[in-house]
Design a protein. Structure first.
Length: 113
């Protein structure tokens, strides 16, 4: 299964989204812009690849929801902090365009398989 990058609704109008979408397209990686961040919406969007999929958001409150959905990780955009494991990997990126740089799975390698 291929991983899916799940984009939180507050990032739908982010200036870095077009560049990110272009890079994902080149890599053959899927992405979904979410209408809401709930465990159900995350599972619906990621499908069978939830355990390899990542959520990008500006809201740290989504971390427990991503853990409940069984995602691989969350990248918090524009928020400083330490990378950590809260049952789901939590990484940080200064902006959406460079979010994939932070998305390193537990075992290393590439997030999108």
């Amino acid at each position: 299964m291929s991983a899916t990058l799940l984009v939180a609704p507050e990032l739908a109008g982010d200036a870095g989204l077009p560049d990110l979408q272009d890079r994902l397209r080149v890599r053959g990686a899927a992405h979904v812009i979410l209408d809401a961040v709930t465990a159900r919406s995350l599972l619906r969007a990621a499908g069978a690849s939830a355990a390899q999929s990542w959520l990008v958001s500006r809201d740290p409150a989504v971390v427990p929801t991503a853990a409940t959905a069984g995602l691989a990780g969350v990248v918090l955009i524009g928020l400083g902090g330490e990378d950590r494991d809260d049952g789901v990997l939590v990484r940080h990126s200064p902006d959406l365009a460079s979010a994939t740089i932070a998305m390193v799975p537990r075992g290393g390698g590439c997030w999108h398989g």
